[in-house]
Design a binder for this molecule. Structure first.
Ligand code: DAT
Ligand code: MG
Length: 138
């Protein structure tokens, strides 16, 4: 086994649509542990650091604006291979085509949806997880 920790964010659309409990339920149902959790209004500096790899891409500004549109829930999640495993639970980036059974596939809406409104974030590597957890749980 490889016990890892990952950063999960429930984005403003997930919080606003009352999906926080459902998303946490799916994480726990998979057997992962909630280690720490906070709800906060993210500021621009935090989001710029979090999304540094995407700076300059066409979706960067709308993404950072959207992430400031309401509170987010940040969760430190632990489990065996949880970094990859949570991304499987989340589904692919674009909810329009995310597989049924995934968070984005089941709750993403295919009308008037922007790709950034995809309910959750999950770290994509051990290095990203360490970097992101340090930012959100400083
Ligand atoms: P993921 O969240 O699946 O790791 P990512 O790291 O490539 O995806 O991108 C970060 C976020 O940016 C993603 O959750 C939604 C948004 N995004 C990515 N690609 C996009 C695109 N082509 N158009 C609009 N938004 C996009
Ligand atoms: Mg990513």
């Amino acid at each position: 086994t490889a016990i890892e920790e990952t950063l999960v964010l429930i984005k403003p659309d997930g919080v606003a649509r009352n999906l926080t409990g459902e998303i946490l339920r799916r994480i726990e149902a998979k057997g992962y542990s909630l280690v720490d959790l906070r709800m906060l209004q993210a500021d621009r500096d935090l989001l710029a650091a979090h999304y540094a790899e995407h700076e300059g891409k066409p979706f960067y500004e709308p993404l950072v604006e959207f992430m400031q549109s309401g509170p987010v829930v940040a969760v430190r999640v632990a489990g065996n291979r949880v970094i990859e495993g949570f991304r499987v639970l989340a589904g692919t980036t674009d909810p329009t085509t995310a597989a049924p059974g995934t968070i984005r596939g089941d709750f993403g809406r295919d009308w008037g949806l922007k790709v950034q409104q995809n309910l959750v974030h999950g770290s994509d590597s051990v290095e990203s997880a360490e970097r992101e957890l340090a930012l959100w749980f400083a």
